[in-house]
Design a protein around this ligand. Structure first.
Ligand code: AMP
Length: 216
């Protein structure tokens, strides 16, 4: 089963994708993570996109489509979770072409609905484990008192360079201008499955499970 998690920054796509990986043996494909990796390993492409990412803008379709194409050639396990991709109509068209080329289908587009005030609150409070990427939130899921990651025991935590109020405004604007048209696009294809993304992590996970159950 291949699915897209669609929603604005801070909707909880990464958190839910990580759960689906564990529970359903699926593979999370986060273009944001791939781009951050390219930056930290100092590739030429990583250097080219750094300033764009820090400002909260979208990098070119060509770059992210290339990253996804490469990953789809590898192991497919229980299917892919597209997290943060597609973000434009051109990316959505490219994804259907790439999947068709691999004789694969897109089974559901899970739209994670949250309100803007909640997004800002979530994002400025967000940090991740530097070792395994587990996501924490100062309010809803604080780093444990012993300073150790609950997932891997790591002791270093980091905040993203683009998780600040200024970049967030741009990221939200990019979402509404370029990504939100995908809601209509997938609705018209009868693939859109909205879930309430505002609840507790477990409750949202259950809603997503119910959607995937219906689809399979
Ligand atoms: P994310 O981790 O998904 O929030 O992505 C972080 C940043 O990476 C975004 O603000 C963009 O600059 C870039 N990015 C990630 N995925 C895409 C995409 N599909 N298209 C364009 N830019 C992307």
């Amino acid at each position: 089963m291949n699915i897209i998690l669609l929603g604005p920054p801070g909707a909880g796509k990464g958190t839910q994708a990580r759960r689906l990986e564990v529970e359903r043996d699926m593979i999370q494909l986060s273009t944001g993570d791939m781009l951050r990796e390219a930056r930290s390993s100092g590739t030429e492409m990583g250097e080219r996109v750094a300033a764009i990412m820090d400002a909260g803008q979208l990098v070119t379709d060509e770059i992210v489509i290339g990253l996804i194409e490469e990953k789809l050639r590898g192991d497919r396990a229980g299917g892919f979770i597209f997290d943060g991709f597609p973000r434009t109509l051109a990316q959505a068209d490219a994804l259907s072409e790439i999947l068709a080329k691999h004789d694969a289908t897109l089974d559901a587009v899970v739209e994670m609905r949250v309100d803007d005030a909640a997004l800002v609150e979530r994002i400025v409070a967000r940090s991740t484990c530097a070792n395994c990427g587990e996501v924490y939130n100062d309010i809803t899921k604080p780093i444990p008192d012993d300073g150790k990651c609950t997932n891997c025991g790591g002791t270093e935590f980091k905040r993203r360079a683009d998780d600040n109020a200024e970049a967030l405004t741009t990221r939200l604007m990019e979402y509404y201008k370029k990504t939100s048209p995908l809601i209509g696009y997938y609705y018209a294809k009868d693939q859109l499955r909205p879930v309430d993304g505002l609840g507790e992590i477990d409750a949202v996970a259950q809603s997503i499970s119910a959607v995937l159950q219906e689809t399979s």
